[in-house]
Write a protein that binds this ligand. Structure first.
Ligand SMILES: *Cc1c(COP(=O)(O)O)cnc(C)c1O
Length: 365
């Protein structure tokens, strides 16, 4: 069966909300069309609601979550700046790589995969860093790192937070947590296809933009002239029109449901999955108290896999037979853990019930 046919098969779990799929087939207008600019402004307003911020510079960057990560560093890091990065998974590691390419002096604060970062250790790592950067929801391990407690001790440092897998799924409070730059992605808990990176910048961070970022495309001060409402819009690059329609629709679904209601839905699904996996005798990988509802990591029960099937074959069977896609482990935990996402539209109790039933049968059958 081709991939396209599987998508058309429905009504199994799918990532985009149906409203979003509909939005993407609307006629494509010009990127300076007044109607489109109004929709862009409304999208940015919805983003402020979801980010819980009043930051004027709040918009969706063209590119996936990693483009957001790159934009966050390239606009505020000068060569030689000290950047403290919390590393307890693949995405903290990616932050280090990006910061190094900005020629920062990177100070790593590590925790083992599966464990949360120690916020006090992050704050104590350097007396006066230019930037402190952490991943809020580590998708490679299913661990939530505490962000709210970093603002009190950050001093002059700018706080950069990766919210790719947290936005819409668990509480994110940009203003209350005094976060300076945050980026997300559309395809995780927002339930929109990949392609944009919701982004928000504090006034304090705008003041600290480097003069000529190494990237032209991700130069936030140039992009700001296009995205800011009110004044004359200066062309910078063509907005990906259909993706903005999609994000506008996805945020509409989220705002209609209510942000808190969405957090609760993700929490209920995560709790049911965590309990259900333990009831099947499986061991959760992420430390209790810091487990994400939207991404669950579980140790693969190597001795309980069906005869002749390795872990990849099990995942493949889940996909082919039931339309359920789960992820394998990354980096040091490849082959050791499965990662189960419940994000956006897929965070439904019925999806959890189906997976638990199928997994129970597969492991004991
Ligand atoms: C998915 C993810 C990214 C990268 O986003 P892309 O859209 O794949 O570029 C970055 N950080 C975290 C925590 C993620 O989960």
């Amino acid at each position: 069966m081709s991939h396209a046919e599987r998508i058309l098969m429905g009504p199994g779990p799918s990532n985009p909300y149906p409203e979003v799929t509909e939005a993407m087939v609307r006629p494509v207008v010009g990127h300076l069309d007044p109607g489109f600019l109004a929709l862009l402004d409304e999208t940015n307003d919805r983003l402020r609601t979801v980010w819980r911020t009043d930051n004027p510079l709040t918009f969706a960057l063209s590119g996936t979550g990693s483009a957001g990560m790159e934009a966050a560093f390239v606009n505020v890091v000068n060569p030689g700046d000290v950047v403290v990065v919390g590393v307890n998974g693949a995405f903290g590691e990616r932050m280090c790589d990006v910061a190094r390419r900005c020629r920062a002096e990177v100070v790593r604060v590590e925790a083992p995969w599966g464990q949360p970062l120690d916020p006090e250790q992050v704050l104590a790592a350097h007396p006066n860093p230019a930037v402190i950067a952490v991943v809020h929801a580590e998708t490679s391990t299913g661990v939530r790192n505490d962000v709210g407690c970093l603002s009190h001790g950050k001093g002059d440092a700018l706080l950069v937070v990766d919210c790719v897998t947290s936005l819409g799924g668990i509480p994110v409070e940009i203003d209350a947590w005094d976060v300076d730059l945050a980026y997300s992605g559309t395809q995780k808990c927002l339930g929109v296809p990949p392609g944009l990176s919701p982004f928000t910048v504090s006034a304090r961070a705008v003041e600290r933009f480097v003069e000529r970022p190494q990237s032209w495309y991700l130069d936030l001060s140039m992009i700001a002239d296009y995205v800011s409402a009110g004044g004359a819009r200066a062309y910078h690059h063509t907005a990906p029109i259909s993706m903005v329609y999609a994000l506008h629709a996805g945020l509409g679904v989220l705002v209609d449901e209510g942000l808190e209601a969405s957090w609760e839905r993700h929490a209920a699904c995560g709790a049911m999955l965590h309990d259900g996996l333990e009831a099947l005798g499986l061991e959760l990988f992420a430390e209790a108290g810091h487990r994400l509802p939207e991404l669950t990591s579980v140790r693969i029960p190597a001795d309980r896999l069906p005869d002749g099937m390795d872990e990849a074959a099990c995942r493949r069977a889940l996909l082919d037979r039931y339309g359920i896609e789960i992820g394998g482990g990354l980096g040091p935990v490849a082959g050791q853990v499965w990662r189960i996402g419940l994000m956006g539209h897929t965070a439904r109790l019925r999806n959890v019930a189906l997976l638990l039933a199928v997994l129970g049968e597969m492991l004991d059958g």
